[in-house]
Design a binder for this molecule. Structure first.
Ligand SMILES: [Zn+2]
Length: 289
């Protein structure tokens, strides 16, 4: 059974308040919202709506609207995880957006759900494995996209019969693999500096980030630095290795990892936080890669 929602990792209800350990915050909540959350954790969406409607004598449509609005607000604030949209909802969204465009109205596209996943920072090993588990699906999707673009460019170059790189068929596979591992290592770099802190990974659409309680300025700078710097260091090290080996098909590895050094400039969220001296709880990795 798919319950209507689940409290996100490190979120709990205590004494009538929503407690978020990853932000070190307590959020006051009204009794109706708490009832929706408790029922939503145990029942499917339609059962929650029917139960509350029976208990409060409110029309089903009103209860459904209130429940979905609350759930969407809680999800946008990373307090609850919600079930993934099914294919029916996706198609409805597509048809609705197309209809709006045909009628000349701005198309409303449902924003992607936000999913929060646990990160175990008790040791470096567990920080790496839990970060890899949380980030791998999206990282692999990025990697696959890069592989396809590489393969397409190579196919075009082959037709033009111009580039000696076209014979390096492994290039696109290596590029995709490097992108996937670079994203995982970037986030793991941030997680390594958060030892013992309650931390979660947050994914929304194509964006990833870590959420953790606010830290002192120096510690927060170190966390922001660690992601891009770890990948950059690996990039520089592999530059030497690849030039020593002279293997052209390995070139994407140093290139993609070194590119992460852009994360130390204003071009990325990590860099802007560092320069502005902003201690920011969520370090979105739009910069990767
Ligand atoms: Zn980052």
């Amino acid at each position: 059974m798919k319950s209507a929602l689940s409290l996100s990792p490190l979120v709990s209800i205590q004494d009538g308040e929503i407690v978020d350990a990853a932000r070190a915050q307590r959020i006051k909540s009204n009794p109706t919202a708490l009832m929706f959350i408790v029922l939503g954790e145990n029942l499917r969406e339609e059962e929650v709506v029917r139960t509350v409607s029976e208990q409060t004598d409110m029309p089903l449509a009103t209860v459904r609207r209130d429940f979905l609005k609350l759930r969407s607000e809680l999800n946008a604030n990373a307090l609850v995880n919600v079930p993934a949209r099914n294919i029916k909802e996706f198609l409805w969204n597509l048809v609705h957006a197309a209809g709006s465009l045909i009628q000349g109205r701005p198309a409303v596209w449902l924003s992607p759900h936000l999913t929060r996943m646990p990160i175990d920072t008790s040791s470096l090993g567990s920080a790496f494995t839990s970060t890899a588990r949380a980030t791998a699906p999206l990282a692999a999707l990025f990697g696959l996209s890069v592989s396809l673009v590489f393969a397409a460019v190579q196919a075009l170059a082959m037709q033009a019969d111009a580039d000696p790189l076209v014979n390096q068929h492994l290039l696109s596979v290596v590029a995709g693999f490097a992108v996937t591992t670079a994203i995982i290592l970037h986030e793991a770099g941030h997680a390594f500096t958060l030892k013992g802190m309650p931390t979660v990974c947050v994914r929304r659409g194509m964006r990833l980030g870590l959420l953790h309680p606010p830290q002192a300025k120096l510690k927060s700078d170190l966390t922001a630095l660690a992601g891009p710097l770890l990948c950059g260091a690996f990039g520089v090290a592999t530059t030497f290795a690849v030039s020593f080996l002279g293997s052209v098909w390995l070139l994407p590895v140093p290139l993609i990892f070194s590119l992460q050094l852009v994360g130390l400039t204003v071009l990325s969220e990590d860099g802007r936080n560092l320069i502005a001296g902003r201690p920011k709880a969520v370090s979105w990795v739009r910069d990767a890669p």
